[in-house]
Design a protein around this ligand. Structure first.
Ligand code: SAH
Length: 234
């Protein structure tokens, strides 16, 4: 069974977006993964097909209704569905490569895209939605976040990346940022490729890359080094 993504959204026309192109698009054509969108509005029950209402307790904006969203979730993901149900949310756990890898090893995902001020808390609790953030900033809707998550997951599915090994030594896979890259021309605007990289000495190249990787990580993301040193939690 291939990886199955169901995306619940008020803007299904935003999908597959860039995921219809390039590696992800070809993988979809081959059937390595499938994407279904569910229009949340189809589950509205009133005459005006409304999906949102004013926040209890007052305040700005509107809130996605729990009854409408729950009906959409139950349609896309019946109780025996083993796929994790994720709500794109700035309050969620920040998405990181380890969770991306876990998701890529699973049967698929159900992604709920919020809009307005957010989603009624009761549907989050009742349907066990795991809140996931793509960064410490606020988007106008969950759709770009869902596209980001799916992009990161789909490239790790078996057979999707042309060069299988190119997934192994990249940023975050070893708790480090990746070393810098160079390619021809050998000299460009007076800047030469570092000598070691054209030395042909693979052990030296490996060592150089490792040092670059560690230095970059120390300068830019010392938090990654700290996380790496932590003993395994059990
Ligand atoms: N009032 C909310 C923000 C709502 S933004 C708050 O302050 O927390 C509207 C929707 O965009 C959210 O429901 C969520 O689905 C999506 N969204 C916004 N920022 C996001 C982020 N950083 N990561 C994932 N989803 C996000």
């Amino acid at each position: 069974m291939s990886f199955r993504a169901s995306v619940l959204t008020l803007y299904p026309q935003m999908f597959p977006g860039h995921l219809g192109e390039s590696l992800a698009g070809r993988a979809m054509e081959r059937g390595d993964w499938a994407l279904e969108t569910v229009q949340i509005r189809d589950f509205a029950t009133d005459r005006h097909r409304s999906v949102d209402d004013t926040p209890a307790g007052g305040g700005a904006g509107m809130v996605l209704r729990s009854d409408v969203l729950a009906a959409a979730i139950d349609h896309a993901s019946p109780p025996d569905d083993t796929r994790p149900r994720l709500l794109m949310s700035p309050r969620g756990r920040p998405l990181a490569q380890d969770r991306v890898r876990e998701l890529a090893h699973g049967p698929g995902v159900v992604l709920v895209c919020g809009r307005f001020e957010g989603v009624d808390q009761r549907v989050i609790d009742a349907r066990g939605l795991e809140e996931v953030s793509v960064g410490d900033f606020v988007l106008s809707g969950g759709e770009p976040a869902a596209l980001v998550l799916l992009d990161a997951v789909v490239r790790l599915l078996p057979g999707v990346m042309g060069n299988e090994t190119s997934g192994e030594f990249e940023s975050f896979e070893h708790g480090l940022l990746e070393h810098p890259h160079y390619t021809r021309p050998q000299t460009w605007e007076g800047r030469a490729i570092p000598d070691v990289l054209i030395s042909g000495d693979h052990a030296k190249i490996e060592a150089w890359r490792r040092v670059q990787s560690e230095n970059l990580t120390r300068e830019r993301r010392p938090d990654l080094l700290k996380a790496k040193k932590k003993p395994p939690q059990g």
